[in-house]
Structures are given as structure tokens and as C-alpha cells.
Design a protein around this ligand. Structure first.
Ligand code: CAA
Length: 260
């Protein structure tokens, strides 16, 4: 699929995916969502040597300012449900991606943009980033997982405040409330994101994938997270990577993981 709204770049197995509609503050229109689905479902899993993905927004102002409001006038109740379901499914692809996906939030992350950042495994922001779920201003509620994930990150008290008032959080406040891993100026933020992907890529790939699965299980109502951990632990102990990791520790050398 040739991408129109995503720029895909990067080297050494670290892909930088830039949402690229800066004139619309990178709002998620249906084409961008289709491209995100294709990237995470079809494209990225087939890329040889992929270590991880860094998602960011083009331009000075925004990571993503939400779903594209200009497409909203065509919605009715059924189409709205379909849109939310499809959007949630795409964000689950990101949350369940077996390699790290880091959001580098370089400006407004509002509505679907905040939801996109929250679906990533880790979040690094620049000081000018702003986070919020302003849907109630439009007579809407979040549809891409915002009512659920904001509570997971912030707790019920602060999340309820933001969801009901549509207030925004500054990057510093988002860090303080547990939404972010770090706040740094743009260049340093990108360097840290790349370093984190590289650091994670040096671990056992099966162990990383299984850790992501087990973390996600904590938030799935229909899955017992402890049982998931038992199963995933067993799967990792059955891998050649585990034998290599343990042997390397005992032999006081660096492990050479093969992802098996
Ligand atoms: N959809 C479509 N276009 C958008 C957009 C969005 N979510 N956000 C910004 N834009 C467009 C504006 O319409 C404007 O385009 P034009 O120049 O053609 O008029 C351009 O981006 C620049 O925006 P502003 O002039 O508004 O920039 P600003 O600096 O004055 O304000 C802002 C920035 C505070 C982010 C403001 O643009 C804003 O409030 N945007 C909407 C945020 C929002 O409500 N997001 C939630 C959407 S609903 C959603 O996401 C539902 C869901 O969960 C799936």
C-alpha cells in the first residue's frame, strides 16, 4: 500500500512513522486510519529486523488533534458505532504489537490523538505537548478507547475530571499523573525514544512479546492476568532464547538472542 498520510522512515530496524497532515494538525481521517491499520497489521510484521516503532506527528504544533471532525457530519448512530469499533480495533493492533511502539508526542494530543498515544506501549513528550479528551465540547464521547485507557493511566479521579471538563493536561502534569515516561526537548526526545527501542531490542524478542501480552491481560476483563502470566512464562522457558540468556548470564557474556 503506498502511504499518503504516513511518512515511514528510520534506520537500524527502528521505524519512525510520522502522521503527516500538518495543515489539519494530523487529524485522523479515515484514510489515515486505514493506513495505520495496514501498517500495523500487514506491513510492519513482515519487516525483517524490525526492532520497534516510533510514532510522531508532522509540523510544529500537533501530534494528532483527534479524529477528523470534518468527516463527522456524515455520521449517524450506526456509522458512529462502526467508526468507534474500527478505531478501537486499530488501536488494539498497536497495543498488542509484539515489538515496542513509542509515541513521541510533539504537540497537541487531543481526542483520538490522546487515544493513539495511550495505545502505544511508552510515551515521550516534548514540553509543548498537551493532552486531553475534548469530545464533550462537540457533544460526543471518546470512541477510540479514551474513556477506558485514560482511567488506566491517570486513575478515576483525574480521568473523570478531564473527560467531563475537556480540560487539557500540560506535558509536565501528564508526566506527574503517570501518562508519560519522559518529557524532553524535541531532539533529545527522539534520541531517548530510539535508545529505548534499541535497549528493548537487545532483550529476548519472545520474552518482550510475551511481556506485552501479559501486561495487556491486566486490562482485559475476560482474561485472568495471572493465568496469562503463567502460560506466557511457560512459553518463554521453552525457548532457545531463554536457554541462551541463562547460559550467557552464567558464562558472564552478552546473550545472542535469535527470537526463537
Ligand atoms: N479534525 C479536523 N480538522 C482539525 C482538527 C480535527 N480534529 N483539529 C484541527 N483541525 C484543523 C482546523 O480545522 C484548522 O483547519 P483550517 O485551517 O482548514 O481551518 C487547522 O487544523 C488548524 O487548527 P486551528 O486553526 O483550530 O488551530 P489552533 O491552534 O487555533 O487550535 C486546537 C488548535 C486547540 C488543537 C484546535 O484545532 C482544536 O480544538 N481542534 C479539535 C480538537 C478536538 O476536538 N479533538 C477531538 C476530535 S473528536 C475525536 O477524536 C473522537 C474520538 O475519540 C474518535
Amino acid at each position: 500500500m503506498p502511504y499518503t498520510n504516513l511518512l515511514i522512515d528510520g534506520q537500524d530496524g527502528i521505524l519512525i512513522v510520522t502522521l503527516n497532515r500538518p495543515k489539519a494538525l494530523n487529524a485522523l481521517n479515515s484514510k489515515t486510519m486505514a493506513e495505520l491499520r495496514h501498517f500495523f497489521a500487514e506491513d510492519a510484521p513482515k519487516r525483517e529486523g524490525l526492532k520497534g516503532v516510533i510514532l510522531t506527528g508532522a509540523g510544529e504544533k500537533a501530534f494528532v488533534a483527534g479524529a477528523d471532525i470534518k468527516e463527522f457530519l456524515a455520521l449517524d448512530a450506526q456509522k458512529g458505532q462502526d467508526m468507534a469499533r474500527q478505531g478501537q480495533d486499530i488501536f488494539f493492533l498497536i497495543e498488542r504489537f509484539p515489538k515496542p511502539v513509542i509515541a513521541l508526542v510533539n504537540g497537541f494530543a487531543l481526542g483520538g490523538g490522546c487515544e493513539l498515544a495511550m495505545a502505544c506501549h511508552l510515551r515521550i513528550a516534548t514540553p509543548e505537548a498537551r493532552f486531553g479528551q475534548p469530545e464533550v465540547n462537540l457533544g460526543l464521547i471518546p470512541g477510540y478507547g479514551g474513556t477506558q485507557r485514560l482511567i488506566q493511566y491517570l486513575g478515576k479521579t483525574k480521568a473523570t475530571e478531564l473527560l467531563l471538563t475537556a480540560d487539557m493536561l500540560s506535558a509536565e502534569d501528564a508526566l506527574r499523573h503517570g501518562l508519560l515516561n519522559a518529557v524532553l526537548p524535541a531532539g533529545e526526545a527522539m534520541e531517548l525514544a530510539k535508545k529505548m527501542v534499541a535497549k528493548i531490542a537487545a532483550k529476548g524478542p519472545v520474552a518482550i512479546a510475551k511481556t506485552i501480552e501479559a501486561i495487556n491481560a491486566y486490562f482485559q476483563y475476560d482474561v485472568d492476568g495471572f493465568e496469562k502470566e503463567v502460560a506466557a512464562f511457560g512459553e518463554t522457558t521453552g525457548t532457545a532464547d531463554f536457554r541462551e540468556g541463562a547460559a550467557a548470564f552464567i558464562e558472564k557474556r552478552k546473550p545472542d538472542f535469535k527470537g526463537q
